[in-house]
Design a protein around this ligand. Structure first.
Ligand code: PAF
Length: 281
């Protein structure tokens, strides 16, 4: 595996591979890699000749400086995982390399970015659009891979791709879970043992809500999920919205969407966890 830290070298190496007719898959990450990331890499490995993984904790998408400061950084372990997963190029740049000058671009991301994470974390999605558009411009991959845990993020990235006319395929990949159902996340390492023990209640409640939803309205189902999770010690729901999976807009009735998805954010102590579930009809 080649470790590349400079944009110019990255561009040159990827261009050389493309000149030889090889397809390129990109897996953007912020490091602290876990089995969820490895599943994205595995999929990219199957579908492309060359796999590039970026490892970059992007400051412009953090609206909370403490969250940025404490975000786990584990480069050595990440490299080992990438080597084992068969990554060809690990792009691990510095902040100065990615942002030689402040990125002042404002993306017109529209309604998909205004609700849920967009409402709770002002500027977050614009920062995601900034870094992902830079990575797409640097690598110009044929395909890019994102996990469905960040369900709304994928909708925002699709919108950015449309705005910027990028010629590539966005591939969304299923959430990877621990054996007890907790969605894999780099933030899970910050949970205390007692918080880690109760955190699976999020997924369990969402699964139970599938059955509950069969005989209840959207409002009742939302309330059920919020009450069940808030009843757990140290857990507080920040939001639970049931939205259309394409527009990300909250729906009032089950018949308002062909594919409703429930998106949740829960504070487990100080740790902000997100998850989602599809209410297929
Ligand atoms: O999902 C993430 O880890 C990040 O938001 C991403 C897409 C790598 C951009 O920094």
């Amino acid at each position: 595996m080649e470790i590349i830290r400079e944009v110019a070298l990255l561009r040159r190496r990827v261009e050389e591979e493309k000149q030889c007719g090889r397809s390129v898959g990109l897996v953007p990450t912020m490091g602290a890699l876990h089995a969820g990331h490895v599943s994205l890499i595995d999929r990219a490995r199957k579908e492309n000749d060359i796999v590039v993984v970026s490892v970059f904790v992007n400051p412009t998408q953090f609206n909370n400086p403490e969250d940025l400061r404490t975000y786990p950084r584990t480069e050595e372990a990440d490299c080992e995982k990438m080597i084992n997963a068969g990554v060809d190029i690990a792009f691990i740049p510095s902040v100065e390399e990615v942002y030689p000058e402040p990125d002042t671009r404002e993306f017109n991301l529209g309604p998909v970015a205004e609700v849920m994470e967009g409402a709770m974390r002002p500027g977050h999605f614009n920062g995601v659009a900034q870094i992902v558009s830079k990575l797409f411009a640097m690598v110009q991959p044929h395909r890019a891979y994102f996990g469905e845990k960040d369900f709304q993020q994928i909708a925002v990235i699709r919108r950015m791709v449309q705005l910027e006319d990028f010629d590539l395929e966005i591939i969304d990949c299923p959430i990877m879970r621990e054996n007890d159902g907790l969605a894999m996340s780099s933030r899970n390492v910050r949970l205390t043992p007692s918080q880690r023990a109760i955190a699976p209640a999020i997924h369990k409640t969402l699964v139970a809500s599938l059955d509950f939803a069969k005989s209840h309205t959207i409002a009742e189902t939302k309330q059920y999920v919020i009450d069940e999770i808030n009843a757990q010690p140290e857990m507080e729901v920040e939001y639970y919205e049931i939205v259309d999976s394409l527009t990300m807009q909250p729906i009032a009735n089950w018949s308002d969407s062909d594919c409703p998805v429930g998106c949740i954010t829960v504070y487990c102590g100080q740790v902000r966890l997100i998850d989602n579930i599809k209410y297929t009809k």
